[in-house]
Design a protein around this ligand. Structure first.
Ligand SMILES: *Cc1c(COP(=O)(O)O)cnc(C)c1O
Length: 394
């Protein structure tokens, strides 16, 4: 039924990635309304945290209002200080970089590797080995003189980053590893869930992610002190159960019980959505493998993607049209597609950062296009997308 309403709302447009409300969402949310537990305390908040922690294999989880707040809080509890530097891929959603700025720290943008488009471990290692040095037992960026204290890999499009070499380098240089797994819940790296591969991990349940609470996020960590502090900071740092006494500047970042109820229902669907989306990706792969000018994102040997956004690269010369014109051609046929994010080093927000070469991410940015791949995409719709794409190819 929900996909029927969806279709009407979208006036026949095949959406890029729509929320799929297919389980107990109504029941659980009704329970909140019936019991009056609607706000930021309630049984579904605890349950959602436990379920995410159990599912991904972390000791603690703290539910927050969105993925950006999760990143902000994670950086705070990990102890990243103003004027520190944090390594982050340049090819990511702007929130990854912004969260670093919220704590007064500075992003250092790292280029992607060309095969899976993720943060390039070799470029992380090169930066640390060649561009940093130790002074007074602190690692500093030789160019800026700032302390380098953390690395934030981002599993873009639901495909895991090659984490071991990054984690190894981070530990060698005493850096904290904060995973931005906003897009990647359920993705696995060598059989281990993303979010548990560093010191602290963050997820998003925004409307366009694989599962959604409308807006929501989660911090996961094995570090009990960090989890406690995250809980404290996200509830206004109130330090007395009765009196309104606060021991530091906190935030109103807790997820409400209503949204957590939706999260519990969506968690029940996550594995089935991953399976459906694996099937959708497989079908696209098969149909597009031999189209001249189309490059597919292949899963790395270490990776089990959650197949969040199915994305291809479009070579203008051999395909006959560049990615943006292909986007327009498909829009005319009521098919919604989307380019990737402008790499952060090119963004007006970050244009005054030290210059560096990021040619791989620039090329991916220029050529990438994400195709419709909701868990609710039906066979007919996907065939329509494939046919439209093949008709557009020269
Ligand atoms: C969606 C997203 C975020 C932010 O999550 P919100 O819930 O939208 O605040 C952060 N990082 C990445 C990589 C994302 O895709």
């Amino acid at each position: 039924m929900s996909s029927e309403i969806n279709r009407k709302l979208n006036m026949g447009m095949i959406p890029l990635h729509a929320p799929e409300i297919q389980g107990n969402e109504w029941n659980y949310i009704k329970e909140c309304l019936d019991t009056n537990w609607v706000s930021s305390v309630g049984p579904f908040v605890d349950r959602f945290e436990k379920e995410v922690a159990n599912y991904i294999g972390a000791k603690h989880a703290v539910a927050v209002v969105n993925g950006t707040a999760a990143l902000h809080t994670a950086l705070l509890v990990a102890g990243v200080q103003p004027d520190d530097e944090v390594l982050v891929p340049t090819l990511t959603f702007i929130a990854s970089g912004n969260a670093i700025r919220y704590v007064g720290a500075w992003p250092v943008f790292i280029d992607s590797e060309p095969l899976h488009w993720q943060m390039d471990p070799q470029k992380v290692i090169d930066f640390l080995d060649k561009k940093c040095g130790w002074t007074n037992r602190e690692l500093r960026n030789n160019e800026t003189g700032r302390r380098v204290t953390a690395v934030m890999p981002v599993h873009i499009l639901g495909h895991p980053v090659d984490m071991y070499p990054i984690y190894e380098a981070a530990k060698k240089y005493d850096l904290i590893v904060i995973e931005d797994a906003a897009e990647a819940i359920g993705a696995r790296y060598k059989d281990q869930m993303v979010g548990t591969l560093g010191d602290i991990g963050c997820f998003s349940f925004n409307g366009n992610k694989i599962i959604t609470t409308g807006g929501g996020g989660m911090i996961v960590t094995d570090n009990e002190k960090w989890a406690e502090r995250a809980h404290h900071l996200t509830t206004q740092a109130k330090s007395d159960p009765f009196e309104y006494i606060h021991d530091e500047v906190g935030f109103n970042y807790r997820l409400t019980n209503i949204l957590a109820a939706m999260g519990c229902a969506q968690m029940e669907l996550l594995e089935s959505y991953i399976n459906i989306k694996r099937g959708i990706a497989g079908k696209y792969d098969q149909a597009l493998a031999d189209v001249p000018g189309i490059t597919l994102l292949k899963q790395a040997p270490w990776a089990e993607s959650n197949f969040w956004l199915y994305t291809v690269l479009v070579d203008a010369a051999s395909f006959g049209m560049d990615s943006r014109n292909l986007m327009r051609a498909l829009a005319v046929k009521h098919i919604q597609t989307r380019p990737l994010w402008q790499p952060l080093h090119m963004s007006p927000v970050y244009e005054n950062m030290p210059a560096s070469q990021h040619s791989v991410s620039e090329e991916i940015f220029k050529t990438a296009l994400s195709l419709p791949c909701s868990a609710g995409l039906d066979v007919k719709q996907q065939s329509k997308v494939i046919d439209a794409l093949l008709q557009t190819a020269k």
